[in-house]
Design a protein around this ligand. Structure first.
Ligand code: ATP
Ligand code: MG
Ligand code: MG
Length: 393
């Protein structure tokens, strides 16, 4: 049987491995951590750094096609692998998603076809640029200063209200390349998962609404009525054009802001994109007839892409390490029997040994026959486990 490879050994790699194995593929994971979630379940686990030539040669020898599960794999590595093997997504696409400056340039270039802009922003890469932006771009304040590279879960971001605060924040972030983004009055956030094949075939999931707490995704709402239908359709079309514009191959997640109508940037605003399955698409594992990981496998392996169909309304609750920690920081096992006795609860744990606050340990999908019962169960689970982010439903 053919072998499919993945760079990175986290939970996204683990769920990719599960999906690949279900189709009879063998799998290879390149990941230095010997106890990684994906390495633990894969046929092959190459334990080297992501840029180690020996490990990469081994991966290329084993695999017919290779993908990545995190965006910070060096783009050169994907480029080099692509000389010998099918690599999806391509180095160029991953490179764009790795760098907010390139990402925003891409969104801006697509705007004519996608119909959606990103938030007003300015690039700050040098002390001179900082001085100019601080002096001339009061329109971007209050704003958020974000490092161009390596940020996730709200890390590498500082909110600033004044030019003086901006100057201090840039120093605090280490004087690295950044973007200053105008803070927009969000009424909601949503994301869209698109899968695109080598032949340009595109399928997509229905957009889902996301709730973040302290910069980390807490809850995903995936059911009719979670978003206004016209807005959801606009987001889906925009995500498809954002993927098509660069001939993307694989699964792409595009995150959007929803801004109050009537305000200066009212409507849909594109935030960022991830060149892989995404936390906000985990509900597809239990609520759809093909998951985002199934589509990742199909896309990279050159199989036809099924148009996914959601068969149940769903809410996804993220399980961070906090759930395992009591008030004094001691580890305890959450009350899974109580959670699993509720109808339609699907528990996914990633096999991580150490629980730290904010660390993604697993997620819980709740499905049911109708939206009301899904919400009721979600509220009960949240109360049992002390999960945030469900107040507004
Ligand atoms: P991820 O883990 O999704 O990659 P990230 O660290 O790259 O996140 P962003 O998506 O840029 O960060 O921002 C994190 C969250 O902060 C957003 O989901 C949103 O809630 C809020 N936020 C970011 N930018 C803005 C903005 N311009 N206006 C208002 N809120 C914002
Ligand atoms: Mg991000
Ligand atoms: Mg984000």
């Amino acid at each position: 049987p053919a072998t499919l490879g993945v760079l990175g050994g986290g939970q996204l790699g683990r769920m990719f491995v599960h999906a690949a194995q279900r189709l009879g593929y063998r799998t290879a994971v390149l990941e230095p951590d010997p106890q990684s979630p994906a390495g633990l379940v894969s046929h092959h686990h190459i334990r080297t750094a992501y840029n180690d030539p020996t490990g990469l040669a081994q991966l290329a020898d084993l695999c017919q096609a290779i993908t990545t599960e995190f965006e910070n794999v060096p783009a050169e590595v994907l480029h080099a692998l692509a000389q010998a093997r099918h690599v999806a997504p391509a180095a160029a696409a991953v490179g764009i998603a790795q760098d907010r400056i390139e990402e925003k340039a891409h969104f801006t270039a697509c705007a004519a076809v996608s119909g959606v802009m990103c938030a007003p922003y300015a690039v700050i890469t040098t002390p001179d640029e900082l001085r100019v932006v601080a002096a001339e771009r009061a329109d971007l304040l209050p704003g958020i200063l974000k490092t161009a590279r390596l940020g996730y879960d709200g890390k590498g971001q500082i909110r600033v209200r004044t030019a003086a605060a901006l100057t201090a924040a840039w120093a605090e972030l280490g004087g690295v390349a950044c973007v200053l983004e105008k803070m927009l009055p969000l009424t909601a956030e949503c994301s869209v998962l698109v899968a695109r094949g080598w032949d340009g075939q595109v399928v997509s999931f229905v957009p889902q609404r996301n709730v973040h707490v302290a910069g980390i995704l807490a809850v995903t709402h995936a059911y009719e009525g979670a978003l206004p239908p016209a807005l959801a359709e606009q987001a889906r079309a925009a995500a498809v054009s954002i993927a098509g514009y660069i001939g993307y191959v694989g699964v792409l997640c595009v995150e959007f802001f929803v801004v109050a109508d009537g305000s200066a940037h009212g409507g849909l605003v594109v935030n960022e994109m991830a060149p892989r399955p995404h936390n906000s698409g985990h509900y597809t594992l239990d609520a759809c007839n093909a998951s985002q990981f199934d589509l990742q496998v199909h896309a990279m392996a050159g199989l036809p892409l099924p148009q996914p169909r959601q068969h149940s309304p769903a809410i996804m609750l993220n399980l961070l390490g906090d759930v395992w920690l009591d008030a004094s920081g001691e580890r305890r096992e959450p009350n899974w029997p109580a959670v699993l006795s509720l109808p339609g609860t699907h528990l996914h744990l990633y096999g991580k040994a150490e629980a730290r606050a904010g660390r993604k340990m697993g997620h819980l999908n709740i499905t049911g026959p109708d939206v009301a019962s899904v919400k009721t169960v979600a509220r009960r689970v949240a109360a049992l486990l002390g999960l945030p982010g469900l107040d507004a439903i």
